[in-house]
Design a protein around this ligand. Sequence first.
Ligand code: HEC
Ligand code: HEC
Length: 181
Amino acid sequence: MKKISSLSLPAAVTALLIAALFAVTTAAQAPQSSPPGGSAPPPPPHVAPKPTNLKVLPKDMTGDQVHELMHKWEADLGTECSHCHTPDPNNLAPNGKPRLNFADDSKKEKSTARLMYKMVEDINTSYVSMVENSGEPVTCGTCHRGHPSPEPFVAPPEHDHDHEHEHHEGAPEGQKPPIPH
Ligand code: HEC
Ligand code: HEC
């Protein structure tokens, strides 16, 4: 038989801890609680509707996963949803502006983005993954860098025509000296 004293002390301590914890949590939540008397539950978190027109993304992606990826594309290209998605004049938001019809395929940028997505998948699975210890997959941002059309690359001046510094670091064996021009 267990002695009552060895059981009740930890139990009391636990009860106290729970009470303290409860007090802390309640206090922390107090500012956001509903008006006195009302115990209205918080609004349910918004769940994005299930996509209906995925042609290149995995078909089992949830609405939320698609939205997350779309926000990434938006940032990588420094653009907005409306760059690729068409407004629907028959679906007005409370502010009077047409909402976007995300499933619609009429913008050419959307088709281009599909091509781009397939290209990126191919680059990563067929090429980048073949590089030993490769840890940096290609993303839209690798090329776009916050622009809808990638900017042309301009080498920093020190690597352009000034070969002074490179002499001491040594050109690879057998490499011909640069042709003067
Ligand atoms: C660079 C172009 C581009 C941008 C910017 C973009 N999208 Fe998309 N979006 C696409 C493409 C392409 C698809 C279709 C993917 C497929 O076919 O698998 C798509 C699909 C979707 C879908 C699924 C539609 C359906 O029912 O099939 C939703 C929702 C969506 N986008 C929301 C957004 C939101 C929200 C934003 C802004 C945060 C956004 N998109 C920005 C190109 C874009
Ligand atoms: C390997 C480099 C590279 C990667 C990676 C890449 N793009 Fe592009 N993208 C380009 C180039 C180059 C163009 C053509 C730009 C031009 O001629 O204006 C372009 C054009 C586009 C365009 C049409 C131009 C415009 O004004 O809208 C869209 C849309 C686009 N890319 C979306 C994407 C998306 C989405 C991803 C990632 C899934 C992606 N790109 C990844 C290089 C890349």
